[in-house]
Each structure stands twice: as C-alpha cells, then as structure tokens.
Design a protein. Structure first.
Length: 138
C-alpha cells in the first residue's frame, strides 16, 4: 500500500509541476482525476485521430509521462510512444508505468482500474475485506 501511495503522490506532483500525462482514453483520464491528478492529461484514443496526429498536438512538449494500460496492447503503445516521442525530442517518463505495472501485475490491467485497486488495498490495510458483488445464479 505504501509503495502504491508513493507512486500516486509522485504522479500528482509531476502533474502539478506541469508534466503532461498520456493515457489511452477518457476513462483512464477520469480514473486519474479520481486519484487527485489535476494537471494536463492527453488521451491518445479519444478524438478518433491517427497516432501521428495525436503526437503533432504535443508539439512544444519537452517531457511527458506515459501511462498506458498494463495489458499487451498498452505495452505496445508504451513502446511506440516512447520511440516516437524520443524522435521528437520529448523525454518520456516510463518509471511510473513500470512501477505501477509491477505492483498491480495480476490485479490491474488498465489505468481505469487504479482507483478501485487502491480502495481495495486501503481496505486490506485496515483489515476489511472488500465487498464483491454477487451475481445471482439462475
């Protein structure tokens, strides 16, 4: 729990300092907002534009945090973004993505799941088991 909180705090601080965060979609952005991230968040898939058009909108950005999902597609996007941003002279911060992925390896596959994952960790730390909805059997 402590390491997860440190990662989220670091994400908030960098965001407040003006470092934009790149996520895949609007739900990911909403999840970061629920975690207290207040700075600029760019959604790669939100406008229906090509990846290169998305990158063109980032012109003038010196650094960015890449926070794609933790699944196979997210890893592929992270690799592509890192390469493309580097070629454009943008420093890509992957440390938060790597740290979060290693902590949530089996429980979280996407950025949008982070708030519920953190709530579950907080409950476990207090000795409370999170309530899981029961699906009625027919």
């Amino acid at each position: 729990m402590e390491e997860t909180q440190r990662i989220i705090d670091e994400l908030r601080m960098q965001s407040e300092a003006g470092v934009p965060i790149i996520v895949e979609g609007r739900r990911d952005e909403a999840a970061l907002r629920r975690l207290g991230v207040t700075g600029k968040v760019h959604c790669l898939k939100a406008r229906g534009e090509s990846r290169h058009e998305f990158l063109d909108r980032l012109d003038g950005t010196k650094e960015a945090i890449v926070l794609t999902d933790f699944d196979r597609e997210g890893k592929e996007l992270e690799t592509w973004l890192y390469k493309e941003l580097s070629q454009r002279g943008v420093k890509s911060d992957l440390k938060i993505w790597i740290r979060m992925r290693s902590l949530a390896r089996t429980e979280v596959r996407s950025v949008e799941e982070l708030p519920s994952f953190i709530r579950a960790l907080e409950s476990r730390a207090r000795g409370i088991r999170p309530v899981t909805p029961q699906v009625p059997r027919t």
